[in-house]
Design a binder for this molecule. Sequence first.
Ligand code: PEP
Length: 250
Amino acid sequence: MRAPLIAGNWKMNGSKRDARALLGGVAAGAASLQGAEVAVCPPFPYLALGEAELADSVVCLGAQDVSTESAGAYTGEVAAAMLAEFGCRYVICGHSERRDYHAESDTLIARKLQAVIANGMRPILCVGETLEQRERGETEAVIGAQLDGVLGVVGIETFADLELAYEPVWAIGTGKTATPAQAQQVHAFVRAKLGVSDRRIAQGVRILYGGSMKPGNAAELLAQPDIDGGLIGGASLDVDDFLAICRAAE
Ligand code: PEP
């Protein structure tokens, strides 16, 4: 049984004041949730606030990225140990915006997974295809290659210590959502692919869907057998919308 996880990816949005209000609202609303795990991933400067505001709450804290390195002359980078110090449980790795704007490779992403796990946290590893790739019928080949690129570095055992997120790039922040059938097909493909290496790990790994998930479509997506939660961008910035998605996961 895979307990659903709803994780909010705030990206580079809001102010300190907004962050405090959002953290407080989510913490209060999540207290009555049964059966769904909830996490929020604020920008780095608000992690200390997150640690304080979520201290007595069921809501977990997460970060949006991490360095592959543990310390040293890496200006602008943040080490996994630092995230762990602030109480992070999850770290998003390989988000399509990082792959696209920062040219993150599968090998680099795999090293981020290792850094996160070595520091006692769980990565949320994102994979997904662009619209052009989908239209060329390459969805499974692209996602298969993203998984192989990581598997070649870390091995299947690492997938017992992480969550996956299928995020079709064409659905992120666009208002276009994969249909439940489209999403389920990819989630089932991912699980079957991992199952070739290790059936038990493939059955246990949580695969979240991300891409314009909102209150109006969450229940149908989350009802699919291989969709184990959501990675929520835009809708995680609104307390009521985010909590409505969390409730749809119960
Ligand atoms: C995301 O970027 O992880 C995401 C799913 O964004 P949105 O929900 O805004 O599409």
